[in-house]
Design a protein. Structure first.
Lengths: 479, 479
C-alpha cells in the first residue's frame, strides 16, 4: 500500500530503490541473512521474464533439465580458477540425516561442475553434439553486502550449459545467447544495453571469454544484466567431457554457459522507475491496465459498474492483462497512487460522466499528469488500449536510450576521464592492460564495463598510458 | 537409446521401472547421494505437468511466489510435531562464506515454517485474507533408500500455502486443492486415483487433517500421489499468524498446505508403462506424435520426405507436439523401438507406397502390433491424429481404472484381508484405532491408504477387532 511517498531519486537513489521494492510489493527481506522473498507481484513479473526468455531458448534449439542443488566440494577443486573465484562465497552442507557427511556438499553457486560431470557421462560421439541444455532455478553465493534483486545470497536465474564439437560452434553459441539476452532486454524490458566483451579481470572464473550486456541506470551507474561465457576446453579437461569425432579420434568438447537472473528486475526498476514508484514495460507487466470505477451514490455505482464490468470482459478477451480495482474501503486517489506505485502501464477511469458520454479516461503511467491523460470512446477500447501499450513500450525504450546516450562521453585525456566517470560513463581507447584498468579503478572507483563488438576502424591511444590501443571500452561505476 | 529390451514387469517390476527410467531418457543418477538429474525428456514431461497444474491454481485464485531455500534451524523447533517429523531428514548448512554460522540453516524439506514467518509479517487485517500462495521449486529430505522420481533426497514439486479467517474456509481450500489434484491426475495423467483422508498415523507432521490421492500401480502397490493438509491454528500459533477481525479482535489464522511432486512421473510410468517401455498420456506427452519416414533409394527418399515434411508442418500448425525422426544412422526398426521406449502416443509411418496411395500408417502406442495400426488418408490427417490422441487418452484411463477396480476386494474376515493384501488392495471397515492399523501393518506390511469421502450409509464392524466402525478404508502395500 502506498501510504507514504518515496524518497525522491534526486535525494537518495539507493534509498528510493529500497523503498520502491517494498512499497511496490515486489519483494521482502527474508529471516535468513542476505536472502529475499520474492512476493507474488514480483514473481509474476519474473514469470513474464521467464516466459519471454524460455520461448527464445526453445526457438534456438535448447531444452530444459534439472541438476541437483548440492554439489560435492571436490568438484569445485577440479578447475583451478573456478574454485578460486567461488570458494569465498560457498554455503556448505556438512550434516545430512543427523550425521556428519564424509564429503561436504556445496549449495550450488553455479552449475558448471556438476553439469560437466553429467555431460562426461552422456556425451560419447560427435552424433551426441551439440548438447544445448538450460536450467531454471536458484543459486547461492554468500554475499556480505546485499540489496534486493541486485545482490542477494540466494537469487533466481537460468543457466544454460552447452557442449560443442568445435571452438567455432561454441563461440557462435556464446554470441547467439548474448544476442538473445540483448533482444530480451531491449524488446521486452525496454532496457537499452550494450553488448561487449569483459576485460580479463572481469571474466567469469574459469572462462576464456566472457561477454555481457550492460545497462545504464538512472543514477548513471552500470548494471551488468546478463553474461555469456566461452570456456574453451577448460571444463572439458577438468571433467573429461570428450567425444569420438568423425575421424574416430577422442577429442575434448568446447563448452559455454550463459545466465540471466532476477537482477534484471533491478534493471527494470532503475531504468524506468520515477518518484511515484515503479514504471513497468507493458510487455512484461503482470497487470497491463487497471480499471478504477468512480462513483458516489448507489445509483451511480450500478451504472458505472455495468460499463466497467463490460470493459473488463472485452479487454480480457482481447488478451490484455487487466485488473478491476473495485475495493470499497479506499478512495480513488488512493487507488491511483497505489497502481502508480506498482507501475501498471495504463489506468482506465470510468465515472458517471463517462457512462453518459460513452467514453473512458486513459492515464498512461509513463507520462504523469494531464500530458498522459486522454478521453476515448468505449467502443473499440481494446484497440485503443493495445495501441497505447505498444506506444508506452516504445516510449520507455526511447527515453531510456536518450538518457543513456546523453550520459556517455569521450574523454579528451585522463583528467577528463576522472571527471566524466564521477557522474556518467566514459567511452575511450584502452590498451587492455591490467595495470591501466587497475589505475582507473583506484583513482575513480570506475571499472571497465565491456568492450563493444562494433569498433572504429582506426586505432587510438590508451586514455591512461597513451600506448597504441585497438579497441574502445566503457568505463563506469557499477553495481 | 533402446538397444536392449527391458526386464519384463512380470519378472521384476522394480527392475523394469529402474531400467525404463534410464532407457526412456527421463532421469539419471546424480553424483550426490540420493539425488537425481531430471533429463530434458523427463523435464519436458514435468513442464507439461506444471503448466496443467499452474493453470488450475491460477484459475482458483492462487498466485506464485518464492521463499528462501535455507531456513533457520530454530524455525523447525516452533512446531513440536513438525520438528519431530522432519528432523531425521534434514540437510544442514553449517558454514557460509568460509565461516561457521552462528545458527545452522536447513535446506528446506518443506516450507510451512518460513512461509508462516512471512505471513505473520504480511497479514494484519481480515481484509488481507485469504492469502493464497503457491511456490514451484525443489526440497531436500535425507532419504536412505532412494528410487528415481519416487523417493529421492532432492525432489521437485509445488507447495501451496494458504491462510484464512475461518476454519470453514481453510477446510474448503484443503478439499478444493485435493479436487484440483484429482482432476489433474485423472484428466491429464489418466491415473485413476482415490480421494480420501489419511489416518492419524499417516498424517503430515503438524497437520490436523491430511487428505491424499492414491493410485494403484501395475504391481498393485499404492502410490500416494499428492496431499492436501489442514493445519487448524497449529502453525498460526507457532508463528503468530494473526489478524484483526471485523469485530476488531485479534484472531489466529487457519492455514493449509498442499503439494504434488515429480513423484507423479513415477505414477504415470507405473500406471501406463509396458514391457516395451513408457506409455505417455497424450495430454502430457512432450512429443505426441513422431513421423518416421521410410525409404531405401534416394529417389524414394525425395518423394517420401516431401510428404513427411508437409505432414510435419500441417500437424505442427494444428497444435500437435510433433517430432520428425530423420536420423540416417539407424534403421526404421530401431526408431520404432526407440519411440516406443519413450512412450510417444502415436507413430506416423510414411513410405513410398503411402506416397503413391496418399495414405500414412498410424500406430498407437497403447495397443501394440496390428491391433493398434491403421492406414488413413493424408488429407485431414490433423483431425485423424487429434482424434486418435483423444481416444488414446480415454483408453489409458479406462484400462487403468478397470485394472484398479479388478484388484480391490472386500475381505470377509481378517484372514481374508491378509490374503487379499498380498497382491491387491482390501477395502473394508476399520475402527480407526492405531492398534488395529499397526496390527495390519505388522502382519501384512500393508498400511491404510486413505478413507474415501463417499461412504456407505450404514455402519459396519472393524475387519481387525470387530468393533462397530463408521467408515471403510483402503489397505494396501505402498511405495
Amino acid at each position: 500500500m502506498a501510504e507514504e511517498k518515496l524518497t525522491p531519486r534526486s535525494e537518495d537513489f539507493s534509498e528510493w530503490y529500497n523503498q520502491l521494492v517494498l512499497k511496490a510489493d515486489l519483494a521482502d527481506y527474508a529471516p535468513v541473512r542476505g536472502c529475499m522473498v520474492v512476493k507474488p507481484y514480483g514473481w509474476a513479473l519474473w514469470e513474464n521474464c521467464m516466459a519471454a526468455l524460455d520461448k527464445r531458448f526453445k526457438e534456438t534449439g535448447h531444452v530444459n533439465a534439472a541438476f541437483p542443488m548440492l554439489i560435492p566440494m571436490s568438484f569445485f577443486e577440479k578447475e583451478k580458477e573456478h574454485v578460486e573465484g567461488f570458494s569465498p562465497e560457498l554455503a556448505v552442507v556438512t550434516h545430512g540425516g543427523g550425521e556428519k557427511l564424509e564429503e561436504p556438499l556445496v549449495v550450488r553457486p553455479t552449475s558448471e561442475t556438476i553439469i560437466g560431470y553429467m555431460y562426461s557421462k552422456w556425451i560419447k560421439s560427435w552424433r551426441d553434439l551439440p548438447v544445448l541444455i538450460n536450467q531454471w532455478g536458484s543459486v547461492m553465493r554468500w554475499e556480505l553486502r546485499t540489496k534486493l534483486f541486485l545482490r542477494t545470497a540466494e537469487f533466481y536465474w537460468q543457466e544454460g550449459h552447452t557442449a560443442h564439437a568445435t571452438k567455432e560452434e561454441a563461440v557462435e553459441e556464446m554470441y547467439r545467447m548474448l544476442d538473445t539476452y540483448y533482444d530480451f532486454a531491449v524488446n521486452e524490458a525496454a532496457v537499452p544495453v550494450f553488448k561487449g566483451t569483459k576485460s580479463d579481470t572481469e571474466r567469469f572464473a574459469g572462462a576464456q571469454i566472457t561477454t555481457s550486456i550492460e545497462g545504464m541506470m538512472q543514477d548513471k551507474k552500470a548494471l551488468q544484466s546478463a553474461t555469456s561465457h566461452y570456456f574453451g576446453t577448460n571444463f572439458a579437461k577438468a571433467f573429461e567431457i570428450q567425444f569420438v569425432n568423425q575421424n574416430n579420434t577422442l577429442q575434448l568438447c568446447e563448452t559455454t554457459s550463459w545466465g540471466l537472473s532476477t537482477r534484471m528486475i533491478g534493471a527494470i526498476i532503475m531504468t524506468h522507475g520515477d518518484d511515484q514508484g515503479l514504471v513497468l514495460p507493458p510487455r512484461l507487466a503482470p497487470i497491463q491496465a487497471v480499471i478504477v470505477p468512480i462513483f458516489k451514490t448507489d445509483a451511480e455505482k450500478s451504472k458505472v459498474m455495468e460499463v466497467a464490468d463490460r470493459i473488463f470482459k472485452e479487454l480480457k478477451a482481447a488478451g490484455i492483462r487487466i485488473k478491476m480495482d473495485d475495493r470499497d474501503n479506499v478512495s480513488s486517489g488512493f487507488k491511483f497512487n497505489d497502481w502508480e506505485m506498482r507501475g501498471v502501464p495504463v489506468r482506465i477511469e470510468v465515472g458517471p460522466k463517462d457512462v453518459e458520454k460513452g467514453t473512458v479516461a486513459l492515464a498512461r503511467r509513463d507520462k504523469p499528469g494531464r500530458e498522459g491523460k486522454s478521453f476515448v470512446p468505449q467502443v473499440g477500447l481494446d484497440y485503443a488500449v493495445s495501441g497505447l501499450l505498444v506506444d508506452i513500450q516504445a516510449s520507455l525504450l526511447k527515453r531510456a536510450t536518450e538518457f543513456r546516450d546523453a550520459n556517455i562521453h569521450e574523454p579528451k585525456d585522463y583528467e577528463d576521464l576522472k571527471n566524466i566517470v564521477k557522474d556518467s560513463w566514459a567511452f575511450s581507447y584502452w590498451c587492455e592492460s591490467r595495470e591501466c584498468e587497475a589505475k582507473v579503478k583506484e583513482d575513480t572507483k570506475a571499472t571497465t564495463r565491456n568492450i563493444p563488438f562494433d569498433q572504429p576502424d582506426k586505432e587510438g591511444t590508451c586514455i591512461v598510458c597513451g600506448k597504441p590501443s585497438k579497441r574502445k571500452v566503457y568505463f563506469a561505476k557499477a553495481y
